[in-house]
Design a protein around this ligand. Structure first.
Ligand code: SAM
Ligand code: SF4
Length: 481
């Protein structure tokens, strides 16, 4: 057995990519280790959406320099968006790196690792074509979707799985690096998605989460039939065994009536929409080239709430983007006050080389102003999230149990990871409206849907007690959770 250490930063797409790379390397005789120092292969799956994410990886690489010197046959690889963006720069900043692999070339990782081990000293670079490096079809072909069939034991939880339905992005928001590093928007054929969902269901998977940068923009024509995203939701809803369907991330302009109707009418569809607004000022949305106005976003939000009063809506916001005035920022605060998002991910603008904003719009909001606005918006959102959670006090919610809570995991990590989990255990799961619930239960309840009575709440979590119990799988081990 060889040891693999993998560190992943960034979005769910990266989590899925890492899961699939780990699965492929397990077939080559690797087992995971939590220690980079004694691993035979160390991989970083990287993100380039913000400078901070890149800095973290370069520092982590720097810390490996000595380990590589004392263990020269250790293979060190950088994969993902930063690999596609920086390419050879990674070799010059960290000359001991053996392989650099873009997100469109991940199927090559096992072979590249093998070659690096067999022929040490030769650096290998495998990336896709840039957005202006050739004909559109060639560029598309060079960004390959990596979706091999998975072994259920290799997923973080056997009853939940991500399913990629779309790669790349063509929206070209001026601040965003994703269209350059993940390539053109390409939708997977419905027959492939449905086959993967059926396979997952046959392996005991109960919840699938569809992934795409603008997931609700998915459309595909196959065998003469033009499919919309809502058609895909209806088709997936028919897959026996799948109990919950979720999807991220939605694009506001593509949240059409048919998508909202599908979410409202399909009982398996989780009543949760992640639809980033990014800003509350029209001038900022225009500079960001988001393709909608604040009034249009509000209309979409109100329509969703009118049709599904219990739907949970979450957003992303950027503060301190080029030209953002105090008045612009206050308009973002107003939008958050009005929409009362379940939660929001708030980011300080980080200029990305190669984007339209980096070329044409000055990064002119001082860092301390970005920080202050970030803190103010976060404080407002936190207040709303906690108030919102209070409405669950005394209520019953249906929870799909995901596994031990974070506290329980910390305690279990001190114990033997392969010992069967038995006896009382603090568990966690999610409601149909994406609330995290923590309660005392039993390991055999993992993977079941339980009714939980809520007796306490805080900003991020509902706390409750089991009301009813369904029959489900028997004993899980920590390694399998
Ligand atoms: N495709 C999704 C969408 O359109 O909302 C989001 C993808 S992006 C990886 C995740 C979030 O990162 C964005 O919603 C945005 O808020 C943030 N982001 C992207 N580029 C950024 C930048 N240059 N600086 C700060 N935040 C950024
Ligand atoms: Fe980036 Fe905009 Fe595409 Fe989202 S929609 S990935 S923010 S370019």
């Amino acid at each position: 057995m060889k040891k693999l250490y993998i560190e992943t930063v960034g979005c769910q797409m990266n989590l899925l990519d890492s899961e699939l790379v780990v699965a492929a390397l397990r077939k080559e005789g690797y087992e995971l280790t939590g220690q980079a120092a004694d691993a035979d292969t160390v991989l970083f799956n990287t993100c380039s959406v913000r400078q901070h994410a890149e800095d973290k990886i370069y520092s982590a690489l720097g810390r490996l320099k000595e380990a590589k010197r004392s263990m020269p046959d250790k293979v060190i690889g950088v994969m993902g968006c930063m690999a596609q963006k920086d390419q050879k720069l990674i070799f010059s900043r960290a000359p001991f790196v053996d392989i650099v692999v873009g997100p469109g070339q991940l199927h090559q990782v096992p072979q590249l690792v093998r070659e690096a081990r067999e022929k040490p000293g030769q650096q290998r670079l495998e990336v896709s074509l840039g957005r202006t490096d050739g004909k559109v079809d060639d560029i598309k072909r060079s960004h390959e979707s990596f979706d091999p069939l998975r072994d259920p034991t290799m997923r973080p939880t056997p009853f939940q799985a991500f399913v990629r339905i779309q790669i790349g992005c063509d929206k070209f928001c001026t601040y965003c690096i994703v269209p350059s590093v993940r390539g053109p928007e390409q939708s997977r054929p419905p027959s492939h998605i449905l086959a993967e969902a059926r396979q997952l269901a046959s392996e005991g998977c109960k919840e699938i989460c569809l992934l795409g940068q603008t997931v609700n923009s998915w459309r595909h024509t196959e065998d003469g039939r033009a499919w919309r995203f809502s058609d895909l939701l209806y088709a997936l809803h028919e897959v026996e065994g799948i109990e919950r369907l979720r999807f991220v991330t939605s694009y506001p302009r593509d949240m059409t009536d048919d998508v909202l109707e599908a979410v409202r009418d399909l009982p398996k569809c989780v009543k949760y929409l992640h639809v980033p607004a990014q800003h509350g000022s029209d001038e900022q949305l225009r500079r960001m080239k988001r393709g909608y106005t604040v009034a249009e976003y509000r209309e979409m939000h109100d329509r969703a709430k009118r049709w599904m009063p219990d739907v949970a809506i979450t957003s992303d916001f950027i503060v301190g983007f080029s030209g953002e005035t105090e008045e612009d920022f206050q308009q973002t605060m107003d939008l958050v006050r009005e929409c009362r998002f379940k939660n929001s991910f708030i980011f300080k603008y980080s200029e990305r080389p190669g984007t339209k904003a980096a070329n044409r719009l000055p990064d002119d909001v001082p860092e301390e102003v970005k920080r202050r606005r970030n803190n103010e918006l976060l404080a407002l959102q936190n207040e709303i999230s906690e108030e919102d959670n209070h409405k669950f006090l005394g209520k019953r919610v249906e929870v799909l149990v995901e596994g031990p809570s974070k506290t329980a995991v910390r305690n279990l990590e001190r114990a033997d990871a392969n010992a069967p989990l038995t006896g009382p255990l603090q568990l966690t799961g999610r409601t149909m409206c994406d609330r995290i619930v923590v309660f005392d239960g039993n390991p055999r309840q993992i993977g079941q849907t339980l009714s939980i009575a809520i007796y306490d709440v805080n900003l991020h979590t509902l706390f409750g007690a089991v009301v009813t119990e369904h029959v489900g799988p028997e004993v899980f081990t920590l390694a399998g959770v």
